[in-house]
Design a protein around this ligand. Sequence first.
Ligand code: PGA
Length: 253
Amino acid sequence: MRKKIVAGNWKMNKTFEQGLNLVDEIIQSSAIHQTPEVLKIIIPPFIHLHSVSEKTKHINDIEIGAQNCNNNEAGAFTGEISAAMIASCGAKYVLVGHSERRQYYNETEAILTQKVNHAISKDITPIFCVGENLTERNNNTHLETVKQQLKETVFNLSVTDFSKLIIAYEPVWAIGTGVTATSHQAQGMHNYIRSEINKKFGKETSESISILYGGSCNPENAKELFACIDVDGGLIGGASLKANDFVAIANSF
Ligand code: PGA
């Protein structure tokens, strides 16, 4: 059975103290223990990683991820953080290919591929994000866009490495906008991604990889989205900044 996952991407929010308070609230929420079979991944800014990891290390269903890592192994890259560094702080996951990184930091498919490889080499699981923009959705080229994003990056991995990934489908027009993809749109794309994985890597891999939906997911719409057969959970931005909302979403399977 595929893993059910709810990952909270805090983005550039929360001071150190606010972040630790949020984690305490999540851990102390009695509701969260209703879903031990759902993996919760907390993805705070780098500065929180070690402390959040210390707070959660005894909790089986909570893991820690980083929002980014550099595409180089180590060296003179002022201000950057490597995959080995985030691993040493307790991170087990890293976001790669988030549309905000592609858009604001010009992350190309070549860079994303290097990031994925570095992360895997340090035993970090990449959560690889794909998704079309509004023009592509309106022009009905969204499937082609997502296929291309996969083809130029993670479809070049070996089947063994590809099987280690989590995929997140995040339509750019739904991120932070309050406009969520309908369950029909989400299921359509998730099913398409899974069928492309099947063609490339075979049935076993396509059936076992978790594909998360991201984009204005909240406690009101999560149940319907997660009920879709090919939606294995969510990558949550805004709603992950409130403990009650994050826990409610994690309880939405
Ligand atoms: P959102 O962000 O939930 O605020 O739309 C999702 C994401 O970017 O991961």
